[in-house]
Design a protein around this ligand. Structure first.
Ligand code: UTP
Length: 224
């Protein structure tokens, strides 16, 4: 299967979790050996947001704030790629075309951010689109998608399954702001929705959830 895995910076980088990064690298090597074609997109998490705040405090505009966050995500991508050894692409992909090329050449493509004004969710969705991938997995800091924000509402209920149409109702914010944290970026959803790609949102702190998602087992929240 051709799949794109988006690992939240909130999972591997907030705080930095070397053991988890290594686990993910091993897991991806296993998935690759099982015959899957894989692209991974990582975010910069809390450190990226520290740099966004630094740029803000320096009076620098949102474009620069975004650029700083993108640079941080690419550092994580660089280290992640090194952990993949010869199964990984030659260098961190800086464009969607690069990532798709690596994927086609049978390497695991690794990418961070792409350009200001978007999130790594959208970067991953663009790879899905360009590579015609069948599955998008988001490894995030919650068990899946809830009917309302579980950080704000104790009675929020996790949804096992929802349609693209239902999904639009759970988003609070649809304008880009540097460092915004949402379970899935609505911009990315728009791209995925057009292609009706299968999306699975899982708790990324348990990498085995990603294996389950790739195997088609019931885990997290399925959007289809
Ligand atoms: P993300 O929100 O995509 O990264 O990017 P993350 O840390 O993995 O996020 P979680 O874990 O899902 O919350 C962080 C910020 O980096 C900038 C944006 O400001 C974004 O909010 N960014 C990222 C870009 O401007 N362009 C990109 O292509 C990627």
């Amino acid at each position: 299967m051709r799949l794109v895995l988006r690992i939240g910076g909130s999972v591997i980088a907030s705080p930095i979790n070397p053991a988890l990064i290594s686990n993910y690298a091993n897991l991806l090597k296993d998935l690759k050996k099982q015959g899957h074609e894989i692209a991974v997109v990582v975010g910069g998490g809390a450190i990226a947001r520290e740099f966004i705040n630094l740029a803000k405090d320096l009076g620098l505009d949102e474009r620069v704030q975004d650029e700083a966050a993108i640079s941080v995500s690419r550092i994580f991508a660089l280290l992640f790629l090194q952990k993949l050894g010869e199964l990984g692409c030659e260098a961190v992909s800086l464009t969607i075309e690069d990532a798709v090329k690596s994927l086609r050449e049978g390497k695991i493509a690794v990418m961070g951010g792409l350009k200001p004004g978007m999130t790594t969710d959208t970067v991953a969705a663009l790879i899905v689109k360009q590579a015609n991938a069948e599955l998008f997995i988001k490894a995030t800091d919650q068990e899946g998608i809830y009917n309302k924000d579980p950080r704000k509402h104790a009675d929020a209920v996790k949804l096992d399954h929802l349609s693209y149409e239902d999904l639009s109702q759970v988003f609070a914010e649809d304008k880009h702001k540097a460092g915004i944290h949402q379970i899935l970026d609505p911009e990315a959803v728009k791209i995925l929705r057009k292609r009706r790609v299968k999306v699975i949102v899982v708790n990324g702190f348990k990498p085995e959830n990603v294996l389950s998602a790739a195997k088609g087992e019931k885990v997290g929240t399925l959007i289809a």
